[in-house]
Design a protein around this ligand. Structure first.
Ligand SMILES: [Zn+2]
Length: 496
């Protein structure tokens, strides 16, 4: 007994010593890399070149964020970072900008050049990991973070792998974040990665790869930067110039006065619980609000159309559906298209036990994206023990019939350049259509006209004789849109 206790104590001492050694070694590794890279004396940096920015979670093919329809070229890309403490939390500590050439999409009028903006304030850099990671994962920010946060090191494939958890950051579920960087035998940072909570992916892996290093004014700067999210490339840059500790730092971090705020796709606003529910027909209920849903009583189960734009909305939609159609499980949910703003409630539907139906073009990619753990955000799926994501790919036309005879049809909108997996849901008995991101007002462009013709059943073999359309994005005031109103958006047929 005594011997065993002694052995355990000796083991504990050994482990403790090894832990301290790992930290000491990490200190030496980080110090050597900081010196070699010129990060020691770096308080701020500005670097420039060209970049290509994809559309993670919003691309035509959801597994390819760099689809030609979705790549915006930044023709003169400049990023400036201040690694010092910001005196004013509202002041910018990181700013990336430059003129853009947006993608050219078939049958869509050529886009106007724009301006790229990725601005991070001192407050965001110290409280919001989704923003702050863009500083901590730069080669120099990584080394500064590792030096300040008790990093540890291990060897892997000839590289030193250094990890640390930044103090003062906690995920929504109370976990720490981890930053891991790879340092090669020339003391250069080749890759930095971390994870951040994401409503669709769960614990989203974000990676930055750095290569083709060049010594620019005493600082080692990667000539190529590649960003990946969930393993998919989303951004790359070719860097040709850099200045350490620029004298005009304040000017570089000040955006020009501009009408309208800087872009940057934020998460959709959270919906209040308890959405309005309207009966559309026997056993058919419209769950109102933005990212509207429809719940259909199929006799022995509930069939749901769309499950909202956030985990909270997904839970509210499921609760409203079960209240409208009591005593039945939600077995299926149709996803209108896999863009993340329309997919952020799918994990909540999976937590209910629902099988996700989406067009087969995206089923495999989305099952992979949706299936990761969600420990950082602590979403409903991560709390539903034993539940897993089940995505079922469907074809261009799918008909589901309930045990009570209720029919739900799902049709692909093949003309869409917006998504290769866009579907509309048609309820023939109720003469209803549910659509997402299909124009219901204004002047549709030629691609949207093709989408509308398909939605009206004019360009497909099947006749879709709906009389009312429920748009996923609520119009103001919220109402169903009559067929005649949609038909009026089409250009008048030429007469002569
Ligand atoms: Zn969309």
């Amino acid at each position: 007994m005594l011997l065993r206790a002694l052995t355990a104590a000796a083991l504990a001492v050994t482990l403790f010593t090894m832990g301290v050694a790992a930290q000491n070694n990490a200190g030496a590794v980080v110090a050597a890399a900081s010196k070699a890279m010129g990060a020691d004396t770096l308080n701020a940096i500005t670097y420039s070149g060209t970049a290509r920015n994809g559309a993670f979670g919003q691309s035509k093919a959801i597994g390819n964020p760099m689809h030609p329809n979705n790549v915006t070229r930044v023709t003169q890309y400049t990023r400036t970072i201040d690694f010092g403490q910001a005196a004013n939390p509202m002041a910018l500590v990181s700013r990336a900008t430059g003129p853009t050439q947006p993608p050219v999409v078939p049958n869509v009028p050529p886009p106007m050049p724009g301006v790229f903006n990725q601005n991070i304030t001192g407050q965001q850099a110290s409280t919001n990991w989704g923003q702050a990671l863009n500083i901590w994962t730069t080669p120099w920010g990584f080394l500064k973070g590792a030096a300040a946060n008790n990093a540890t090191v291990r060897q892997q494939g000839g590289q030193q792998v250094v990890s640390f958890s930044p103090a003062n950051f906690k995920s929504p579920s109370g976990q720490t974040y981890t930053v891991t960087g790879y340092i090669n035998n020339q003391n250069l940072v080749t890759k930095v990665e971390t994870r951040v909570e994401n409503a669709v992916v769960g614990d989203l892996l974000v990676e930055f790869e750095y290569s083709s290093y060049q010594n620019l004014n005493g600082v080692q700067v990667p000539g190529r930067i590649v960003q990946k999210q969930a393993g998919l490339q989303t951004f790359d840059a070719a860097i040709t110039a850099a200045t350490a500790n620029p004298g005009n730092l304040a000017e570089l971090l000040t955006p020009p006065p501009a009408p309208g705020g800087g872009g940057g796709g934020g998460a959709p606003a959270q919906q209040a619980a308890g959405p309005a529910v309207n009966k559309l027909g026997e056993g058919v209920f419209w769950i109102g609000g933005n990212y509207a849903s429809i719940a259909v009583d199929m006799g022995d189960h509930i069939f749901l159309v769309e499950s909202g734009g956030s985990d909270a909305r997904g839970q509210a939609v499921a609760a409203a559906a079960k209240q409208a159609i009591p005593g039945k499980p939600i077995r299926f949910v149709v996803n209108s298209h896999p863009h993340f703003d329309h997919a952020s409630g799918l994990r909540a539907a999976a937590a209910e036990g629902a099988t996700i139906l989406m067009h087969r073009n995206s089923a495999d990619a989305m099952e992979r994206l949706l299936s990761g753990p969600g420990t950082l955000g602590g979403d409903s799926l991560s709390k539903a023990a034993g539940r897993r994501v089940n995505v079922q790919g469907i074809g261009d036309r799918e008909v589901r019939r309930g045990s009570n005879g209720k029919v739900v049809e799902i049709h692909r909108v093949a003309a869409s350049e917006h998504s290769d997996s866009q579907v509309l849901v048609y309820l023939p008995a109720e003469k209803l259509a549910y659509t997402a991101d299909t124009p219901v007002a204004g002047m549709p462009n030629p691609n949207q006209i093709q989408v509308l013709r398909s939605t009206l059943g004019l360009s497909d073999s099947q006749k879709l004789q709906w009389e009312q359309m429920i748009p996923s994005h609520a119009i103001n005031p919220e109402r169903a849109v009559p067929r005649a109103e949609v038909q009026k958006l089409l250009p008048a047929p030429a007469t002569n």
